[in-house]
Design a protein. Structure first.
Length: 198
């Protein structure tokens, strides 16, 4: 089915579409349009944890912008465990966003001193995160559900000054590469304009 913008999702089997872009690039709006164009039952997986007033405000703005018919699931980790159940009830899943999911997984252990943590520990954290993402991709394929994943492009600015920001940028960037390599379609949004790059 093709929407007004000409974007197309397959009607057979699973399909994974990745939508990436910088902050306020319009990626979430575009992803919502993609799934809305299907006119079918939509499940929205929100990965954000409302830890402060700013995040609560962002979550609320996203919530009111979505159609009331969409079912929202707030899942902060182990998303793959819920895909099969959700896939039995809905035609397409919109997950927003992968970057916040990576954040949740990185900081679930708050005892880490990111200024002194060893390279070996960082590598182990990245392996654990990538394994969760791999399980998510496999479960989407096994369930034969269509899924649109939203993520942030973090690597187009200057190199961050502090070590934690560099670690986060590097892990999130490699996770994005991993998903893009397995996705059927990838869109990059700039100033509200989506470009298909795969």
């Amino acid at each position: 089915m093709t929407g007004d913008g000409g974007y197309k999702l397959n009607n057979e089997g699973s399909q994974i579409t990745l939508v990436t872009g910088g902050a306020r690039s319009g990626k979430s709006s575009f992803a919502e349009k993609l799934v809305s164009d299907l006119g079918k039952r939509v499940a929205y997986i929100a990965t954000a944890i409302p830890f402060d007033e700013g995040m609560k405000d962002r979550i609320e703005k996203h919530r009111v912008s979505r159609p009331e018919s969409w079912k929202t699931y707030e899942i902060h980790r182990d998303v793959y465990k819920y895909i099969e159940e959700i896939g039995q009830r809905y035609d397409i899943i919109l997950l927003d966003c992968i970057t916040i999911l990576v954040t949740n997984l990185m900081f679930e252990n708050d005892n880490i001193d990111w200024d002194t943590v060893s390279r070996e520990k960082i590598d182990k954290i990245e392996v654990d995160i990538t394994e969760q993402i791999d399980l998510l991709i496999k479960k989407i394929r096994d369930t034969k559900i269509r899924c649109v994943l939203v993520t942030n492009e973090l690597g187009m600015g200057i190199v961050p000054e502090n070590r934690l920001s560099r670690i986060f940028r590097d892990i999130a960037g490699r996770v994005n590469q991993f998903i893009a390599g397995k996705a059927d379609e990838v869109y990059f949004t700039v100033s509200g304009i989506p470009m298909k790059i795969k």
